[in-house]
Design a protein around this ligand. Structure first.
Ligand code: GYE
Length: 352
């Protein structure tokens, strides 16, 4: 710890960054997703993380202090991630302290939050970068202050020495899996539209590259007739789909970079008098509860799961970094495909 004041002060000084919760008393008011139930695999990860953070506390006699600059609340996936981080912190308040900032989708707010964390002398900074570029300067400041940065769930386009590790998925691979599923659903031919995530976000750029390249390379009968951002939100997914439906005849499929936009598109399709899941096939990414419900109701066809329950891993990795241990440059999440026929069966066990 360099010069850390009470986290309460941080809360006050960061009001402009809309601090959603501070320290272990973190309120989960920003998180709308139901609390994850613990499975044995998750319990194991949590137990391992608790053990690592406990060792660090013993060694230094101080709590592990992590500042996390969250993007915002654009999707059910992100709410689940926020809840996972805040739950871990509040359940392990004797070992860890969380300073949490909600940047309301703005990079400038994330940069302000990081500068504030540096000022407070946190042990480790966690960041889900809303966009990929524009981080060099503030990351260099953290490096200069000796504070490692963990990139959580999205990448930043900076040189590797400016961050400690990236914890998250292979988005190109997710896009490819989605393309293969779309091709199966369409019997390899038809016109489709694409709902892109936030412009400049690694999760959007790579999910597009993976999907578009796979379609081009392997399925010449499938044509992407329109592709536009819906900013990873349900409202914009709906709006963009409405305009796609107006300007394109004969759309056979929708590929959405996240489930929330797919859920918005489903509403638009129904309002246009068509049947989502039948007339227009729906393939998306994330695996949130809402899309499983839609699949069980026959209104969506496939989701590529991307695990948001990253709280324990974030703190475990932060503890290692504080203890001076090395961590892999990429801690890859394992993703999987779920199709509509599995939905009803797995729905009761979904954690988010
Ligand atoms: O898929 C989307 C969210 O960065 C992997 O961000 C994450 C993405 C997730 O808003 O729903």
């Amino acid at each position: 710890m360099k010069k850390r004041f009470l986290s309460v002060l941080l809360c006050a000084s960061m009001a402009a960054v809309s601090l959603a919760a501070c320290s272990s008393g973190a309120s989960s008011s920003t998180a709308t997703t139901a609390a994850p139930q613990t499975t044995s695999a998750q319990a194991e990860t949590t137990a391992k993380a608790e053990e690592t953070t406990a060792k660090t506390t013993e060694a230094s006699g101080e709590k592990l202090v992590v500042g996390f600059a969250q993007i915002g609340q654009e999707s059910g996936w992100r709410d689940a991630e926020t809840l996972s981080i805040q739950t871990y912190a509040s359940e392990n308040g004797d070992k860890v302290e969380l300073l949490f900032a909600d940047a309301q989708q703005k990079q400038e707010n994330q940069i302000k939050a990081i500068k504030n964390f540096i000022e407070q002398g946190v042990d480790v900074i966690g960041l889900a970068p809303v966009v990929e570029t524009g981080w060099d300067q503030v990351f260099a400041e953290a490096k200069e202050a000796g504070i490692p940065i963990i990139l959580l769930d999205r990448r930043a386009d900076v040189s590797e020495d400016l961050y400690a590790t990236f914890i998250g998925s292979d988005f190109i691979e997710e896009g490819k899996m989605a393309a293969k599923e779309m091709a199966k659903l369409l019997g390899d031919s038809g016109k489709i539209v694409e709902l892109e995530g936030t412009v400049g976000a690694s999760a959007a750029t790579d999910r597009k590259t993976g999907f578009d390249d796979e379609i081009k390379a392997s399925y010449p009968g499938i044509e992407i007739v329109a592709s536009q951002t819906g900013d990873f939100t349900r409202a914009q997914g709906k709006e963009v789909m409405e305009s796609f439906l107006k300007s394109n005849k004969d759309i056979k499929g929708v590929y959405a970079h996240n489930d929330d936009m797919a859920l918005g598109a489903i509403e638009a399709i129904k309002e246009a008098g068509l049947k989502p899941g039948e007339d227009i096939k729906i393939v998306s990414i994330d695996g949130v509860r809402g899309i499983f419900e839609a699949m069980a109701a026959g209104e969506a066809n496939c989701t590529v799961e991307c695990n948001p329950l990253l709280g324990p891993l974030l703190f475990e990795t932060a503890a290692k970094l504080k203890a001076g241990q090395s961590v892999d440059k990429w801690v890859k999440s394992v993703d999987g495909v779920f199709t509509a026929d599995m939905a009803a069966k797995v729905l009761p066990d979904r954690k988010y």
